[in-house]
Design a binder for this molecule. Structure first.
Ligand code: ZN
Length: 144
């Protein structure tokens, strides 16, 4: 286990641009405003979605695409450093016209219809990602 104490430094509220890539827009805000440690939350709607599911047996991400308008019921994620640049790790729950839910690890290719986003930037020791051999995932480094 690894625990770090953080303090909120700044909060941002952003309306993201229609027709832009959801993950790219959030990452852009973090890079432009120097958010290297923080959390993100958003709601809104997308025109289509790309996310993935991590298979714990094969250690591979299985891509999922849903090519229809969906509501962002909840996007939640964190911002840390990977290769010395802000890296957004976000999961989304999306809903369709019949009330069905989809979701997973947010991937590039999810196109915004409308999105309201909250970002909290933290002050605290840097958190970087490194390859964890047990899971084959780039997880937060524990030895700092
Ligand atoms: Zn994930």
């Amino acid at each position: 286990m690894m625990i770090k104490r953080v303090e909120v430094r700044e909060r941002f509220m952003a309306r993201l641009s229609k027709d832009s890539d959801l993950l790219e827009e959030i990452t852009d805000i973090c890079r432009k405003h120097g958010v290297t440690l923080g959390r993100v939350e958003a709601l809104g709607a997308v025109q289509k979605a790309c996310f993935s599911y991590y298979d714990q047996t094969t250690h591979e991400y299985k891509p999922v695409s849903v090519d229809k308008p969906l509501e962002i019921l909840k996007l939640t994620g964190n911002i840390t450093l990977r290769d010395n640049v802000p890296f957004v790790h976000a999961h989304v729950t999306l809903g369709d016209a019949q009330g069905r839910a989809y979701g997973g690890h947010l991937a590039p290719g999810t196109i915004i219809f409308a999105c309201e986003c909250f970002i909290e930037a933290f002050d605290g020791p840097a958190l970087t990602r490194e390859l964890d051999p047990a899971t084959d995932l780039f997880l937060w480094r524990t030895g700092e």
